[in-house]
Design a protein around this ligand. Sequence first.
Ligand code: ATP
Ligand code: MG
Length: 155
Amino acid sequence: MQTKFKTNTPEATIEIAAQLGKNLQAGDVILLDGDLGAGKTTFTKGLAQGLGIKRYIKSPTFTLIREYQEGRLPLYHMDVYRLEETGASDLGLEEYFDGDGVSVIEWSQFIADELPADYLVIHFNKVDQVDNDRNLVLEPRGQRYLALVQTSFGD
Ligand SMILES: Nc1ncnc2c1ncn2[C@@H]1O[C@H](COP(=O)(O)OP(=O)(O)OP(=O)(O)O)[C@@H](O)[C@H]1O
Ligand SMILES: [Mg+2]
């Protein structure tokens, strides 16, 4: 199953993410893959909004992970771009995946070996380099994420 969206403003991307964010549960893992500037951090702002987090979501490019505790559930926002060469085997990421919060991971393809079996992966595509069109493709892996997509976007 695949669910697709096309957006042409950051606000539209945030709105889709907020709808998903309202239905997140403890232990959920959301992977955000796609080019630089495709909208992964923008999408995370919407997830945070859906979780009731008011604090500004800043890209964790240099810190690797930022934690937000004030929402309905903790949000663990990771950007593992810088782990392309080294991998993540000694970082203990599974403690986040098995924890009480929601893990959101930008550039998850760089830590493919460390990921849990089930997750929702969202692929972001810039339609072309100059305009604001973005294609989002949601691919749930496992029952939990099929249900999450169905609950959030099913009719
Ligand atoms: N439809 C859209 N959806 C999301 N962002 C958009 C859209 N149109 C324009 N933008 C702009 O594109 C940029 C997306 O940047 P963002 O930081 O979210 O990308 P990213 O995928 O996290 O990049 P990086 O890989 O560098 O972390 C922002 O400046 C945002 O305002
Ligand atoms: Mg980003």
